[in-house]
Ligand binder design. Structure first.
Ligand code: NAP
Length: 247
């Protein structure tokens, strides 16, 4: 799809990769961006340019009432970017309880599922597109982020099914795979890290080419992905040595 004059909604738009999505969409001539955040006061930096194409939207992706309200207010959306994410960075066994594992599923899996369901009728009017921010950990399990990896694997599986189901209405569905990226979340992962701009640029370029598939975003991700495709057993075995650290 073309970004020029599109109407986008970005979840988790207040910081990290979401914020860069907003900046790049504006540069590419988007018509409007609903900048969604669970606390709209956290959007003040994003909104400070005064760009009239920016519309703040309160949205906790785990709250069904807020998801329904967003789909009702933002009923002109042509591009849904499910970017919001949560990662506890703990082990499946070492975690104190299941609270973080459940939250990862709520934000990273049920959130994009609920939003895509809510916006599917809106997108059907134009075809439109959905972008789901996934991770290389959708493909490879990392013990130090065990339950996050599982939630992103669920996200990838969901993204592929959505692509099939939404094809009939002409909706493009992209899943973005990326390795560790320079944001608050990525800071807990080892260097070197991708720049959020590289992730966003590769994603928006792919979107504009009309690709209806996964995007392997960033040179560092492409290198890891190539190694994984060449020898998945070896790469997975190497990752199994990255265990949760107790401080
Ligand atoms: N950084 C990486 O290494 C990396 C690599 C691959 C993929 N990703 C994925 O890329 C996406 C963006 O991550 P990031 O690196 O930008 O992370 P980040 O800097 O930690 O930002 C996370 C964003 O998600 C929002 N969020 C969390 N829970 C939410 C909820 N219940 N409802 C609405 N928004 C919520 C946060 O809002 P608050 O400010 O309110 O907390 C924040 O805007 C995520 O899906 C992440 O899994 C990240």
């Amino acid at each position: 799809m073309k970004i020029e004059n599109a109407v986008a909604l970005v979840t988790g738009a207040n910081r990290g990769i979401g914020r860069i999505f907003v900046e790049e969409l504006l540069k590419r001539g988007v018509g409007k961006v609903y900048v969604a955040a669970r606390d709209t006061t956290s959007l003040c930096d994003v909104l400070k340019s005064g760009d009239r194409r920016l519309v703040a939207l309160p949205l906790d992706v785990t709250d069904p009432d807020q998801v329904a309200a967003a789909a009702s207010v933002a009923n002109d959306v042509t591009l849904l970017i499910n970017n919001a994410g949560y990662a506890a960075f703990d082990g499946a066994i070492s975690a104190a309880d299941l609270d973080d594992a459940r939250m990862e599923m709520e934000v990273n899996y049920f959130g994009p599922l609920a939003l895509t369901r809510a916006f599917a009728p809106v997108l059907a009017k134009t075809g439109g597109a959905v972008v789901n921010m996934l991770s290389m950990l959708s493909l490879i399990s990392l013990p130090m982020a065990a339950t996050y990896s599982a939630s992103k694997a669920a996200g990838l599986s969901l993204t592929r099914s959505l692509r099939g189901e939404l094809a009939a209405q002409g909706t493009q569905v992209i899943g973005v795979l990326a390795v560790q990226t320079e944001t608050a979340m990525g800071a807990k992962l080892p260097e070197p890290r991708l720049s959020p701009l590289e992730v966003v640029t590769d994603t928006l370029n792919a979107l504009e080419t009309g690709i209806n598939d996964e995007v392997i975003a960033g040179a560092q991700t492409r290198a890891v992905h190539q190694a994984f495709v060449a020898d998945p057993v070896k790469v997975q075995a190497m990752m199994l040595t990255r265990l949760p650290q107790r401080v």
